[in-house]
Design a binder for this molecule. Structure first.
Ligand code: ADP
Ligand code: ZN
Length: 694
């Protein structure tokens, strides 16, 4: 299977000198038409058609001594290609890092040592003939083997001494795998009863040696990480290997560090796989896995393709996170690939979350996954109280600004006085400008999609981004008649300005996309926060997950409506997840925590269920709603995006395609749209989409 080309495999013969060397998964050089290319051996011992036997050409070279893919990965690639409708070679490009496909030069440590000991007579001869070489000889005999780079002799002196057979050079490969992290073993904790029960259940599946997925539904702070570590240690003791996926390494550094320390002493290297690795580091890590030197990989989405042999466990932490979904070809979902790969290997898959995705919860309900619950926090620390602030009432008392309600300001100032810390979240997504009534909280929604309509200023319409339904902007609220309808949307920057005005003495730091892109800046802010140098941390939901700061006693969501009223059938689920994650940040230490949520729609399902901490009730209710509207997990949705510079042409093409599909649907699937995408114009391209439900 060549890396470039149409995703089609070709047949070659194996030349005699490579007989027994190449295997399925080997990276080889091949002639392709008039040029040379590289590719992966997909299948062996193929019987070619008679007519082409004579034309077959031999493989021209083998790149590495071992296959670069694990045996199950060929089938995995084929499944991804089919399921996500992507050409096989594009799948291969996602699976195999380019550092491996293209190769990187190994770093060699070249050492010089003495090969032939000189007699005194020989030495004095050398001294006369070439005094520098003799000096080098003396130095080598006192110091022993020395790196070439360390020697203060010119290359020609060194080379001459080697040429005459007196010295020799050996080269060893230097690993680029970074090893600066803290690997001191973590103290072993006595597992709680809940942790023990969950771990035992996973160990039972491991002992059976068959595929099984577990859904570990554990509250924030219930100690899921210890359960993962226990499961991985078990696998390592059985000689197997494991993959541990996290949404994003930089954001989950604490978990990654705990895992590394929890596994130190297990006799294996742990590969930390993230997007800041250099090509060389990537290459070396890959080779370490192929050769069995590393048996655990911790990483984000693409870590699921680790070429680990004897893969027996895959853990996906925070399995509900959207960042597991790849947003370019192949559009795979890391969690779903994890489950499928586990089934190919007969491995155990553990999906963990405080807020499982509806898909996973549904699979547990119908018995496909085994559900393990850990509802209690460690030490029975109470989940923090959640206060819902009804902004319809508060807005009247807020004197012009619409960001911070009185109760929230009071709560912040209490914390500042008590030298406790606050985390404030504001999740601003540019396009989500829903129309909301400040009096009754009514949100203008599509009659067909249970999705809010989006305000378009240019043509003064309210538009549904799922089905294209359009109506004019109402002059008054259809529910209560209020005339002052508000478009919702303000950002973190403005919130920061306001905060600084209210609390001039507080140290406030905003964590946004800029800070995220600079890895060290992000780390610095978090460590400053941990050390108490920052009073208020203000950020988007990116910082809602995984952080564990014992002195945080107030977590607040400034505008819960931002994620609730967006044109996405998962909006309620996302909002619920966000609320639970936000609540999970407060009261993790000895101090009790409080959570404040500001909203214009206090009675919306996700808010009420989150307030009462009724996790499974929310999931049940939401599953019902999904069924009513025909959304996943009850049906599949496929989305086609059309894009181009000419808006009318793009729309026309999408319409024609929708008509064509309609004619061939035969009741097998239902088509909605075309409609403009929520991001209607991207990089000068107009975008329209069609959804089909099947
Ligand atoms: P989760 O991932 O479920 O939110 P964590 O794994 O982060 O929870 O655990 C929360 C806190 O409890 C961490 O500080 C962890 O070190 C601690 N912890 C976990 N298990 C135990 C245990 N058995 N005994 C004592 N402390 C524990
Ligand atoms: Zn609609």
């Amino acid at each position: 299977m060549p890396f470039d080309g149409g995703g089609q495999a070709y047949t070659y013969t194996v030349p005699s000198e490579l007989e027994g060397e190449v295997d399925v998964g080997s990276l080889v050089r091949i002639p392709l038409g008039k040029r040379h290319a590289y590719g992966i051996i997909w299948e062996k011992n193929v019987v070619p058609k008679k007519e082409i036997i004579k034309k077959l050409r031999p493989i021209s070279g083998l790149r590495y001594d071992a296959p670069v893919l694990a045996p199950d990965e060929i089938k995995l690639c084929e499944w991804i290609s089919k399921y996500y409708v992507a050409p096989l070679n594009s799948v291969l490009q996602a699976v195999l890092p380019s550092a491996v496909r293209q190769g990187v030069r190994p770093i060699l440590d070249k050492k010089i040592s003495i090969a032939h000991k000189l007699s005194e007579e020989e030495f004095s001869k050398l001294q006369k003939k070439a005094s520098k070489q003799a000096e080098l000889y003396s130095e080598l005999s006192t110091n022993g083997e020395t790196s070439r780079g360390v020697l203060k002799f010119s290359a020609s002196v060194i080379n001459s001494l080697i040429k005459s057979g007196i010295a020799k050079e050996t080269a060893t490969k230097v690993s680029r795998v970074a090893n600066d992290a803290d690997d001191s073993p973590a103290p072993t904790l006595n597992l709680t009863d809940e942790q023990t029960v969950a771990l035992d259940s996973i160990k039972q599946s491991i002992a059976k040696g068959k595929y099984q997925t577990h859904l570990l539904h554990g509250a924030t702070g219930s100690g899921k990480t210890e359960v993962y570590i226990g499961a991985i240690r078990e696998i390592l003791s059985l000689g197997g290997s494991a993959i541990f996926l996290v949404p994003e390494v930089a954001l989950t550094q604490q978990t990654v560090d705990r895992l590394r320390r929890g596994l130190s002493g297990c006799g294996t290297q742990v590969v930390v796989w993230h997007n800041k690795l250099s090509a060389g580091e990537r290459f070396d890590a890959w080779m370490d896995m192929i050769h069995g030197k590393a048996r655990v990989l911790v990483g984000a989405r693409s870590g699921i393709f680790a070429p680990l042999k004897n893969l027996r466990l895959i853990v996906v932490d925070e399995e509900h996170e959207t960042s597991f979904k790849q947003s370019e070809t192949p559009f795979y979902h890391g969690r779903d690939v994890a489950v499928f790969r586990a089934s190919l290997c007969g491995a155990v898959c553990v999906l963990g979350s405080a807020t499982p995705s509806l898909e996973s919860f549904y699979n547990a309900q119908v018995g496909k996954y085994q559900l393990n619950r850990m509802p209690k926090r460690i030490d029975d620390r109470p989940l923090p109280m959640m206060r819902i602030i009804d902004m319809r009432r508060e807005i009247l008392r807020m004197q012009g600004q619409t960001t911070f309600s009185r109760p929230l300001l009071d709560a912040i100032s209490d914390r500042l006085q008590g030298h406790e810390q606050c985390i404030l979240f504001l999740n601003r997504r540019g396009y989500s400008r829903a129309l909301i009534c400040p009096t009754c909280g009514h949100v203008l929604s599509c009659p067909h999609c249970s999705s809010p309509l989006t305000y378009h200023r240019t043509d003064q319409t309210m538009l549904c981004h799922l089905c294209g339904h359009a109506e004019s902007v109402p002059t008054r609220c259809p529910e209560c008649g209020e005339e002052d309808l508000r478009k919702r949307g303000f950002g973190t920057q403005r919130a920061e300005e306001l905060l600084a005005k209210f609390f001039p003495d507080a140290k406030i730091v905003r964590l946004d996309a800029d800070a995220m892109s600079k890895k060290n800046e992000f780390k610095k802010i978090l460590s400053d926060f941990r050390e108490g140098k920052i009073d208020i941390l203000l950020g988007t939901q990116m910082i809602a997950k995984g952080l564990d700061f014992p002195r945080v006693t107030l977590a607040a969501l400034i505008d819960a409506d931002v994620s609730l009223h967006v044109p996405d059938f998962r909006a309620a689920e996302r909002t619920f997840q966000l609320l639970v994650q936000v609540a999970g940040r407060a009261g993790r230490g000895q101090l009790d925590g409080e959570v404040i949520v500001q909203t214009f729609t206090p009675y919306a399902d996700p808010i009420q269920f989150a307030k009462r901490a009724e996790f499974e009730d929310f999931l049940e209710a939401e599953l019902k709603r999904r069924k009513e509207f025909g959304y996943p997990p009850h049906r599949h949705i496929i989305r086609h995006i059309f894009r181009g510079r000419d808006e009318r042409r793009v729309e026309k093409t999408a319409e024609r395609w929708a008509e064509f599909l309609e004619q061939h649907a035969h009741g097998l699937f239902e088509i909605r749209g075309p409609a403009p995408c929520p991001t209607g114009k991207l990089q000068d391209n107009f975008r329209f989409h069609i959804w089909y439900f099947c």
